[in-house]
Design a protein. Structure first.
Length: 240
């Protein structure tokens, strides 16, 4: 059987101190082994337990919701429009906080099946918030959803319209990208997020102290690592 210390370690890595303390219990070790034995991914099993514990423990609930908020904050490349009409990290953070706030009152009626499923829930709520933000700025066309999808696509660095990496980023859902990017090394995450944010390649190369050619090679390796993580996630997804 999985010992409490192992469950504590997993909870610390994924969530935080409140979850680490709350989940280090033999009862939850039995639950973890049951979920994992039924085919659930180990990290999903920890999150499933934390989700249930969070219904009676506000600190664990906060760490659980923050886990998904942070994933989408890191992977989402869609611009967020501030009240002044500009994109900003502050407006993006405000929007995600608003999504979390909307989920809190109905937390007990939600369910957790997998990270991808719960990320999809966050993604949809974030999409609604973005659309509401656009509506608040004035009349929008009847094709607002299509326009929002177009606004959420990833622009290539230095004005490049398309690269293998940007095509990959455009072709995957936010929820799977968030999970895949979260599994990358710090260095690869930095490169992927630079592409997502449309940073200048020359400026990025200067920041890293490498040549443009070396940067291209690193981007290729980061893309390969991302493709591998996406492939692994799809293999674990129910029904292929």
């Amino acid at each position: 059987m999985t010992p409490p210390d192992e469950l504590r370690r997993l909870a610390t890595r994924l969530l935080g101190p409140a979850s680490s303390e709350a989940l280090a219990d033999w009862e939850y070790c039995y639950t973890f082994d049951s979920l994992a034995g039924g085919g659930m991914d180990g990290e999903d099993a920890v999150l499933a337990i934390a989700f249930e514990v969070g219904k009676s423990n506000r600190a664990v609930q906060g760490e659980f919701l923050s886990y998904f908020k942070d994933l989408l904050m890191g992977a989402s490349g869609a611009p967020v429009v501030s009240p002044t009409g500009t994109s900003s990290e502050l407006a993006k953070t405000d929007l995600m906080q608003s999504v979390v706030g909307d989920l809190l009152p109905g937390y007990h009626s939600l369910y957790f099946n997998s990270r991808a499923q719960f990320l999809s829930l966050f993604q949809q709520r974030l999409r609604w918030k973005r659309l509401d933000r656009l509506k608040s700025m004035g009349p929008i066309s009847s094709n607002a959803n299509e326009e929002l999808d177009q606004a959420a696509t990833v622009a290539g660095p230095d004005g490049h319209a398309s690269t293998p990496l940007t095509k990959l980023l455009q072709g995957e859902s936010e929820s799977f990208l968030a999970l895949a990017i979260g599994s990358l090394s710090d260095a690869d995450r930095r490169l992927i997020r630079a592409v997502v944010d449309g940073e200048s390649r020359s400026a990025l190369a200067e920041e890293l102290g490498i040549t443009n050619e070396a940067l291209r090679q690193r981007l290729r390796r980061a893309r390969a690592a991302l493709e591998q993580q996406l492939s692994l996630l799809k293999e674990k997804r129910p029904n292929g």
